[in-house]
Write a protein that binds this ligand. Structure first.
Ligand code: CA
Length: 405
């Protein structure tokens, strides 16, 4: 089907237009270029800008999204408006149509240079489940700070990989409480965390906190994110400084970054706050900071969970405000993960740790029982959000296969 004629209701129709970086079939590393997805095609955005004499050619004829990310909100809106016209106005058809490539024919790359990577812990359901599993004797399943600040840690940006990249089972130290001494070897509790990653475009200066209301001036868009986690390595290493080698081996993100401008209809208020917040986190007078994203987690093609992002207690704007309140600066390409998305019911949990209750209740898949991931398993996160006129906005999937360690 010609790219202009995307079927009505396609979640990647002209209302969506996520950005990525691709190389056409047969090209080498120098062939990388910014692309915009329409249906099951990708438009060479820089070539389109040049063909139409657009002033945005300099931003789009690039091998990464970083120049566009750094350009700021006015440019983001202008470019999006132009792209929408290029792929919908019939008079552009002859010039634009030859610049589309079938998705199946291109190679997709990590779409931006990841600067710093931070991961949060913003789902109350997830935090409570983890508390019940690992601290069953604690009076409260949440730690005392949880309702007062968005808990996070600094991760490893150099191992963020694009969807489709294989994940080699990591090795490390593990020691169950009953073991006499630690042992070393491939993780036997390899897990996923279904998350949403937010991409910073506009940097901030050191000593200049980014307030809640400045969120949309700095953050360009979002994508699905899988925070692969070796639970056995994590359990032995994480006290007292938090996650380290149990998570730093790989973090997968989608090849497509969905601009926040495509998600206007998906904005929702976060859950009711149960504790008063300090002024820099108090969003009661702000625009709705939540996003209604319906995530789906599949193992070997079998859906095991559907986590609802709208249930996240802490919003991305609060996370950004917290991350910078000490004066830490932002860089173009900073990535921050929401934390595992888990809803209130069993089929809405975003990790195998929770879905199997730390291995106690195996999942029954068509290809056998599963507690944690086995070699050869393929995990795929997908999602959609409500869009204009009831049309869905599709998020690019995140998939990865486990290879033996
Ligand atoms: Ca995580």
């Amino acid at each position: 089907m010609p790219p202009f004629d995307v079927p009505e209701g396609d979640p990647f129709g002209p209302h969506n237009l996520p950005y990525g970086v691709f190389s056409p079939a047969g090209s080498d590393a120098a062939g990388r270029r910014v692309g915009v997805r329409l249906g099951d095609h990708v438009l060479d955005a820089g070539a389109a800008a040049r063909a139409l004499g657009s002033p945005y050619a300099a931003l789009l004829a690039q091998s990464s999204l970083n120049p566009l990310l750094a350009a700021g909100r006015t440019a983001w809106s202008d470019v999006r408006r132009a792209l929408t016209a290029w792929v919908t106005v019939p008079s552009h058809r002859d010039a634009i149509e030859p610049l589309f490539h079938p998705l199946s024919s291109v190679t997709l790359h990590l779409p931006f240079e990841v600067a710093d990577y931070v991961d949060f812990y913003a789902s109350e359901n997830h935090a409570r489940n983890v508390g019940r599993i690992f601290r069953p004797d604690a009076e409260d399943s949440l730690t005392p700070n949880w309702k007062h600040l968005p808990i996070g840690y600094h991760g490893r940006s150099g191992t963020v990989v694009v969807s489709g990249t294989d994940v080699v089972r990591p090795s490390g130290q593990r020691k169950a409480p009953s073991d006499p001494a630690p042992v070393f070897g491939p993780s036997v509790r390899l897990d996923i965390e279904a998350e949403v990653g937010f991409v910073v475009g506009v940097p901030s200066g050191r000593g200049k906190p980014v307030g809640l209301s400045a969120f949309r001036e700095h953050v360009f868009g979002l994508s699905l994110l899988n925070d692969w986690s070796a639970r056995d390595v994590q359990a032995w290493e994480y006290v007292p400084l938090g996650p380290f080698l149990g998570k730093s081996f790989a973090t997968s993100v989608s090849a497509w970054i969905t601009p926040l401008d495509a998600l206007e209809e998906a904005r929702v208020a976060p859950p009711k706050r149960t504790h008063p917040l300090l002024p820099y986190l108090d969003d009661s007078e702000e625009e709705p900071g939540g996003y209604d994203l319906r995530i789906s987690v599949a193992v070997n093609g079998h859906v095991v969970s559907e986590p609802p992002f709208s249930t996240m207690y802490w919003t991305a704007a609060q996370q950004l405000a917290h991350m910078t309140v000490n004066g830490a600066s932002l860089r173009t390409g900073d990535l921050f993960g929401s934390g595992t998305v888990s809803g209130p019911t069993e089929r809405e949990r975003g990790s195998l740790l929770e879905l199997t209750w730390n291995g106690r209740d195996p999942l029954e898949l068509p290809d056998g029982k599963r507690t944690f991931l086995e070699d050869g398993d393929v995990v795929t996160l997908s999602a959609w959000a409500p869009g204009p006129g009831g049309v869905r906005v599709g998020l690019g999937e995140v998939t990865g296969r486990i290879l033996p360690g």
